[in-house]
Write a protein that binds this ligand. Structure first.
Ligand code: SF4
Ligand code: SF4
Length: 294
């Protein structure tokens, strides 16, 4: 189940890449920038500013309950028929099922661009490793074509899921949001024992890893939280670069289109001064730190 295929991406690994976003996640980070990624089923999205009030969606909706269309009610079946009828582009369905061969052929259309730029294909999400068999099938086909592969993961999955893709993955881009399990639970709904254990195993296995810390105001933007994350990273069997990603709230429109609440709508991104201060904490631990100011 895929919710987006983004071509010409420059933020998801080396070079210019095609990023495939898989739908479904088992964490619930309250700052999530891709709310359409969370559920592993298709979801209808509505962008009011594009709606021309033609009414075609209501006419197209095949679900009528008590003489009323299911449109805009909790009884919407997320079937996507109305999106097909909306020529204004106000409605669209996030979530489409592909076969691994079909998707590989699609992303390989950009093979020349990837080779010329030193790029490749990145699987992101959601949590791509919740679809580990599909991810392994897709990645193995790409590796046969000599494509560089990266996987963005929170690694909150059984180690066996990681093993399935390990030999076909050149770079693991792993989120690390908190070192302490209680803080992690507060931010994501889940403790992080499995995540930290997987990172340790992956590092010990000699995998290519880029660690990513999303810097979230009021959650982990303190000296203490970043020092603790840095301490964990230093304890890994191998050295890995660390990238800091500053929170932003430009995803608020995505929440609106799904009819969901975004609690950080008014929260400002961390200031450049805060980011520099956090970077210096990690650099003092002799870590290689990457930060791209926006
Ligand atoms: S079909 Fe699209 S543009 Fe027309 S009323 Fe429905 S959402 Fe609005
Ligand atoms: S997604 Fe399907 S059920 Fe929901 S409003 Fe559109 S056509 Fe009706």
């Amino acid at each position: 189940m895929v919710f987006n295929i983004q071509r010409f991406s420059i933020h998801d690994g080396p070079g210019t890449r095609t990023t495939v976003f898989l739908k479904g996640c088992n964490l619930r980070c309250y700052w999530c920038h891709n709310p359409e990624s969370l559920k592993a089923v298709p979801e209808i999205r509505f962008i009011p500013s594009r709606c021309i009030a033609c009414g075609d969606c209501v006419l197209a909706c095949p679900y009528e309950i008590d003489g009323k269309t299911a449109r805009f009610t909790s009884r919407c079946a997320e079937c996507g028929v109305c999106a097909g009828a909306c020529y204004a582009g106000a409605l669209n369905l996030a979530g489409k099922t592909y076969g691994a061969d079909e998707l590989a052929s699609l992303v390989l259309e950009d093979k020349d661009m990837m080779r010329l730029s030193g790029g490749g294909v990145t699987l992101s999400g959601g949590e791509p490793l919740l679809q580990a068999d599909f991810a392994a099938a897709l990645l193995s086909r790409l590796k046969k074509e000599g494509i560089h592969t990266a996987v963005e993961t929170a690694s909150n999955v059984p180690w066996g899921s990681i093993e399935k893709i390990q030999s076909y993955t050149d770079l693991f881009i792993c989120d690390i949001k908190a070192a302490g399990t209680e803080l992690h639970r507060r931010g994501t709904g889940t403790g992080n024992e499995q995540i930290l254990g997987n990172l340790r195993l992956l590092s010990g296995a000699g995998a290519g890893i880029l660690l990513r810390i999303p810097v979230i105001p009021g959650f982990n933007d303190s000296e203490k939280a970043i020092s603790e994350i840095g301490g964990f990273i230093c304890s890994l069997p191998a050295k890995h670069p660390v990238e800091l990603l500053a929170f932003h709230n430009i995803c608020a429109g995505k929440y609106d289109s799904l009819g969901r609440e975004f609690t950080l709508r008014q929260t400002k991104p961390p200031s450049p001064e805060t980011m520099k201060q956090l970077i210096s904490i990690l650099e003092n631990l002799q870590l290689e730190v990457i930060w791209k100011p926006s």
